[in-house]
Design a protein around this ligand. Structure first.
Ligand code: ZN
Length: 193
């Protein structure tokens, strides 16, 4: 999929808005982004995951794993397309762990799938769980890389879309300086995460 085609489905589903936004953090931004808004539509979910799946089609994959909550929808669809066991890790008392009887075994080849990589913290914790179990991380796939390519977690890493998001302190915001009306899409249309 070409970048304009990807951007088009993000924009048309309202997952990606460009302008002048007040984020839930209080910062101002030129971009409002909510990945779940595009993934709620099965045709977009399937197509996005087909891109991720085909990026790793040369690899032997035994298992797909995702960090909860954001990664689960994408991980599950990628796992279904590859046709392998699919599990997720989640936080308990602040620590990323496997629960619900999920395990990884020594030698198992594991693909990590996430929706949005911002700092890569959750994915890094999932990688640690896998390597500590003696299993092998064969790659990391994500829908969006918000780090603009600066977060490098493993050798084989694929992101469908790389976004450069600019956030500003409200007291020092060039968009405010240009008198561009401020929008708060999170409070108006949906709950942001
Ligand atoms: Zn502003």
């Amino acid at each position: 999929m070409s970048t304009p085609a990807i951007l088009d489905i993000f924009r048309s589903s309202g997952a990606l808005l460009e302008g002048h936004f007040k984020l839930t953090s209080g910062l101002h931004s030129n971009t409002y982004f909510q990945c779940a808004k595009v993934l709620q539509y099965p045709e977009h979910l399937m197509e996005i995951c087909r891109n991720i799946t085909s990026a790793f089609s040369d690899l032997d994959i035994d298992t797909v794993i995702s960090p909860a909550v954001g990664g689960i929808v994408v991980g599950t669809e990628v796992g279904r397309q590859v046709g392998v066991k699919t599990i997720f890790a989640e936080r308990k008392n602040g620590e990323m762990v496997l629960r619900r009887g999920f395990t990884v075994s020594p030698g198992e080849k594991v693909l990590v799938v996430e929706d949005v990589i911002t700092t890569g913290g959750s994915v890094a914790e999932v990688i640690e769980i896998i390597t500590e179990a003696g299993a092998e991380v064969v790659g990391v796939g994500s829908v969006v890389d918000r780090s603009n390519g600066t977060v490098k977690l493993v050798e084989t890493q694929f992101s469908m879309l790389t976004l450069e998001v600019k956030n500003y302190d409200p007291d020092n915001c060039p968009l405010c300086d240009q008198n561009i009306p401020l929008d708060s899409p999170g409070s108006r249309t949906l709950q942001t995460s």
